[in-house]
Design a protein around this ligand. Structure first.
Ligand SMILES: CC(C)(COP(=O)(O)OP(=O)(O)OC[C@H]1O[C@@H](n2cnc3c(N)ncnc32)[C@H](O)[C@@H]1OP(=O)(O)O)[C@@H](O)C(=O)NCCC(=O)NCCS
Length: 195
């Protein structure tokens, strides 16, 4: 299944599951965010094709969800303008829990793409993987991400103080969770077009 999101700029964004062709775009976005140095607790970009391909194989092997936004007017890897993953928990006894991560390319932020990728990822996690709960964490300094997650219904369930040390500054980690059925009850409709 795919969705279409029409931006106010007139651009059309296809929201769909990751394919092999999208891998370079996903890593381009991830590396761009790493270089920004403000949002993820990772210091070094991933350049090795082996690592990128192995990540893709693991996603597919584990039937994990990775939803991407694609601008068909752009050439690869720039066509993939953001991604939202819901990965499996590391624990056998937490199969019902999905772990969410999201990155939107700088130029495409604040255009509702994040909200719509998360919406699709949540719904697909229940349908395809029987997930019941989504968990995530964010830097306490990431005001935009926290605003969006709260708006979608995620609740703060704890804060790990000074969990990260970035450029000699300690940052708290805010941990959040969302029950999918609660989300679906609150959000009967999505704002995209089913394709
Ligand atoms: C966080 C992120 C995923 C959100 O995606 P997005 O497409 O920009 O999000 P949306 O456009 O759907 O929503 C953004 C919301 O944040 C609001 N916002 C923007 N800047 C803000 C700020 N400084 N403080 C509070 N809210 C802010 C916007 O107004 C919008 O809310 P609204 O719909 O109520 O007006 C994206 O910006 C991103 O990739 N950031 C860098 C990487 C990152 O932080 N990843 C998450 C790590 S936990």
């Amino acid at each position: 299944m795919k969705r279409l999101l029409k931006l106010k700029s007139g651009e059309n964004i296809i929201i769909k599951h990751l394919t092999k062709l999208d891998v370079d775009g996903v890593w381009y976005n991830f590396n761009e965010v790493i270089e920004e140095g403000s949002y993820l607790p990772v210091f070094f970009p991933v350049r090795s094709q082996l690592e990128k391909d192995s990540w893709y194989r693991n996603i597919k092997k584990g039937n994990e969800i990775c939803i991407v936004g694609e601008n068909l007017d752009l050439k690869a890897p720039y066509n993939i303008i953001g991604q939202c993953e819901v990965l499996n928990s590391d624990w056998d006894a937490a199969e019902h829990v999905g772990v969410l991560g999201i990155v939107i390319r700088d130029k495409y932020r604040d255009l509702t793409i994040g909200r719509n990728l998360i919406d699709f990822a949540i719904r697909e996690s229940k349908i395809l993987n029987n997930k019941e709960k989504i968990i995530l964490s964010s830097f306490s300094t990431n005001k935009r991400a926290l605003h969006l997650f709260k708006k979608l219904g995620f609740e703060v369930i704890g804060v790990r103080k000074k969990q990260f040390l970035m450029d000699s500054i300690y940052i708290d980690e805010v941990m959040m969770e969302l029950w999918i059925d609660d989300y679906l009850n609150e959000n009967k409709q999505n704002f995209t077009i089913d394709l």
